[in-house]
Design a protein around this ligand. Sequence first.
Ligand code: OSB
Ligand code: MG
Length: 376
Amino acid sequence: MTRVEAVELRRVRLPLVRRFQTSSHAKRELEHILVVLTDTDGAVGWGEIASPSGPFYCAETVESCWAVARDHLAPLVLGTDWEHPADLAAALGRVRGNHFARAGFDVAAWALWSAVGGVPLARALGGRRRTVEAGVSLGIEPTVDDLLAQVRLRVDEGYRRIKLKIAPGWDVTPVRAVRAAHPDVPLHVDANGAYEDVAEHRAVLAQLDELGLLMIEQPFAPRALVAHAALQQRIATPVCLDESVEEVDDLVTALRLDAVRVLNVKVSRMGGLTQAVRAHDLAREHGVPVWCGGMHEFGIGRAANVALSALAGFTLPSDVSGSDRYYARDVTTRPIVSTDGLVDVPTAPGLGWDADLAYIEQRTTDRVVLRADTAG
Ligand code: OSB
Ligand code: MG
């Protein structure tokens, strides 16, 4: 039986190696929340809340995660005895939504539990791969030439798949240019829900369908499952869902509608590893290949993504690029490295990467510790 005695939350800021452009603004640094659970024997587990700062990917923000983690999730964790991380995840499920915040606690529980049990996290989750294939996600660039330079760089580094962000006005032209320069590279596009519906964008979607893409990810809004199903009827390229699938039940609906032929499983979006594994299992039963999407995680969240990607259904390259692509120095004592597009799955017990406390302390902007005796 595990009882968590202390929950520590730390807001940590890391500068980005290269600024990136989102739909709302350009970012030079990211702030994530690290979650540290300590049990009654002094064993420790780390998790990461990798929420974007603004509510543009989903409804959560760093501020909402901080408040929900401190006021609701930490007290729940301090008041729950658990045998297995899934038991704790079920208790956290009393909080609706807030998946990024919940994921930080769920990952910390898995890290703690697998470390105490002496098994690598990947094994604890049921994964058997020794290495996982890494792909990269490339943002919208100022020009097609800038994008081509980025693709060249990442292909030369050995990444196994290139994903391009697209939006109305930045779609067929850049994707065609990349395809012409790299006829054989596994390529896919991600629209983050930027397209209105099938009718409005018929020509663009038909042209993308000709480019030999692995998939078209989330062209329409999160709740637009019927639109995704209608698109799949018209194109041969598999439709992949990201934002649409926050609950395993969303996947049940999407499978029934034939709105999902590839699934992006994100630990954060699913609310943690427990639900991510369930989504993987269900997709696998239906013959739907999955891959692990990223949220520009620091090393703790990235380590969880690597462990998850070791499961059998992860047959497509995941967004588990090396730490160096985003951060000059990561929050782990060793960076996560991708060599020739492969990341080794750790064989040490637990997460497999250790938190770099000195550096984390240096980058911490706020910190709170909650204890069992003060929870209420
Ligand atoms: O849609 O996959 C996405 C980052 C922020 C918000 C949404 C997405 C992303 C990424 C990150 O693509 C990729 C990575 O972490 O390597
Ligand atoms: Mg996506």
